[in-house]
Structure formats: C-alpha cells, structure tokens
Design a protein around this ligand. Structure first.
Ligand code: CP
Length: 327
C-alpha cells in the first residue's frame, strides 16, 4: 500500500466533466459512474476504505452536522444497509425515506422529491432506481445542488459495488496488473458487469466475459473478450459470477436452472479446476444452484462474505469523499 499513500498528496478527480486537483484528500460532488474517477482516485478510495477497515471505531471521523437519505426504488439488502451502517459509523444523521409511503405515490417526481429533501437540509442522497441515468435529470436542474451517490441505475451502473469489488481484489492480490478476471453470466442486464469491466480494465486487469454468448454484447469488447468458462477456468485469478436477473428478462429464461448451472454456472467440477490461489466473487444476492453451486458460496476460495463486509468500508470512503467535496 505504500505507493497508494504517496498518491494521496495530490491526485486528479474527474467530476461532472471537470478535472480538479485536490491536495491530501479526495473530494467528489457526486459519485455516479466508475468512469468519473481517475485511476489514482480509485486507488485513494481503496486506500481509505482499507484504513477504515483496520482503524478502531473511536478514530472514525464524525460528521454529526451532515444529513443523508437513502432513496431505494428497487429492492436492496446489501447496498441499502451497508450505506446506512457506513453513514452511522461516520456519525451522519440518516433520515429514513420509504418510497412506499412517500409522496412519490401521489405522483411526485424524483426531481421534486430531491428538491424537497434538499430544502429540508438533506443534501446527500443515495439513490437506487430502475431507470438508467435517472441522475441526469437531477443534475440538469440548476435549483438542485445536492450530491447524488448512485446506488444502481437499472442495467446502467453500480459504482459503489465496483469499489468494494476492487477493494476485495486488492486485499487478496495487492495489485491489479495482469490479473485474469472473468465476469460470468447475465452480462446483458448487469450494471455490476459494466461498472466492474470498466474499472478493472483501467486498473490493469485482463478482463474476460463468459456465460451464454447471447447475453454478451459487443459493447464489452472495449474492456475484454468473450471466452467460454470451460476454456478459461484453469487460468483465471478471479471468477466473478453474476446473478441471473430474471426480473429484467423480457421473456422468462428459456434455460431451466439446472441446465443453466451445468452449462454456464460454477459447478463443483469447474471449481476444482481453479488455481488454488484463485478466488470466487459474486455481488449477491446469489441464486444458489444456478450461477454457483450451493456448497461454493462459503467455500475457502469464496470471497462473497468479504465483499459484503468491504461494502461498509468502501462506502464510508465514498461518503467521506462526498463530504469533502461539499466542503
Ligand atoms: N449487490 C447488491 O447490489 O445487492 P443488493 O441488491 O442487495 O443491494
């Protein structure tokens, strides 16, 4: 990590189309996509997240004058709750927002909801929406000056998931250069695949894509190539599985679960072919027996639980960068 400490003194952040030089600490107005972060900014966030993980809780900075709300219009366990734990560890005031009892149900738009929360003094919003690029409308409104952290937008982006994933990989290997990582499964519907492919390829990893070829999209070619899992399983350092997202499929999955598992999933047989040093990742929630064999979810090579733990610390780093950015 020494090299990461060195970059902390000055690094560049691309934020909302502008590049700012920041001394000693990362400052972000919003965190919307992985693309907005320079490589050095990603390294600084990983560094800070690891620092939080190993720091005694009484040393956490406390931001008791900061107000934040989590607006989740799609289901979530990990992202929603780990942001809330992170906010509480940082001493922030977490104002509950329940879409099912909010005025969204009376037809209020997301923009008017965001303007309302900002007027109440809640100027940091973590938002998950089924609509891709939902944040563009908010950022285009001059009257809105709040900060948005994207908790996932449809099949678009999931940048906080990417940060916890790269943190987990960095903890394991200590670098990204030349690591062979295959992202396996429902690529077409996966915001995790898009964000991780972008971030990992930029950090120096060799990214591959596996799973049903019909779920591969040529847009992924800029980050890496398609390889059937059976042709690459013996060589990769990371097998990153994706959930089959039935809720985003226009037609119910033609493949039955067991047939999918045997053809494309991480079966026990395929896991036995992995290098001893290779790890299994999955953003979760997991469909056990579909993309991964039940027994492998908590196997010694699995880092799925570690990913969830790292979600808290990486989200603390993101929240702190936003607080720094707001001054
Ligand atoms: N990985 C992830 O985003 O999980 P949740 O949908 O539970 O937040």
């Amino acid at each position: 990590m020494e090299n990461m400490f060195r970059v902390l003194s000055h690094y560049f952040i691309k934020n909302r189309g502008t590049i700012t030089m920041v001394q000693t600490k990362l400052a972000l107005k919003n965190y919307l996509t992985t693309e907005q972060l320079s490589k050095r900014a990603v390294e600084a966030l990983i560094e800070r997240a690891i620092e939080f993980k190993h720091m005694p809780e009484y040393l956490y900075p406390q931001y008791s004058e900061k107000y934040v709300s989590n607006l989740f219009f799609e289901n979530s366990t990990r992202t929603h709750l780990s942001f809330e734990v992170a906010q509480k560890k940082l001493g922030m005031n977490v104002i509950q927002f329940d879409p099912s009892t909010s005025s969204i149900n009376k037809g209020e738009t997301l923009l008017d909801t965001a303007l309302t929360l900002e007027a109440l003094g809640i100027n940091t919003l973590v938002i998950r929406s089924g609509e891709e690029h939902y944040y563009e409308e908010l950022l285009a409104e001059p009257a809105f000056n709040g900060s948005i952290i994207n908790g996932g937008d449809g099949s678009g982006h999931h940048p906080s998931q990417s940060l916890l994933d790269v943190m987990t990989i960095y903890e394991e290997f200590g670098h990204f250069d030349g690591l062979k990582i295959t992202i396996v499964g429902d690529l077409a519907h996966s915001r995790v695949a898009r964000s991780n492919a972008e971030m990992l390829s930029r950090l120096g990893a060799e990214v591959y894509f596996s799973g049903p070829i019909e779920w591969y999209h040529p847009d992924f070619e800029v980050y890496g190539h398609y390889m059937p899992l059976d042709e690459i399983i013996d060589y990769v350092d990371v097998v990153m599985l994706l959930r089959v997202q039935l809720e985003r499929h226009e037609n119910p999955m033609a493949l039955k679960n067991e047939i999918y598992h045997q053809a494309y999933g991480l079966t026990i047989e395929r896991a036995n072919r992995m290098k001893p040093s290779a790890i299994i990742m999955h953003p979760a929630p997991v469909n056990r027996g579909v993309e991964i064999a039940d027994e492998l979810v908590t196997s010694p090579q699995s880092r799925i639980v570690a990913q969830m733990q790292n979600g808290v610390f990486s989200r603390m780093a993101i929240l702190e960068a936003i607080i720094n950015g707001r001054g």
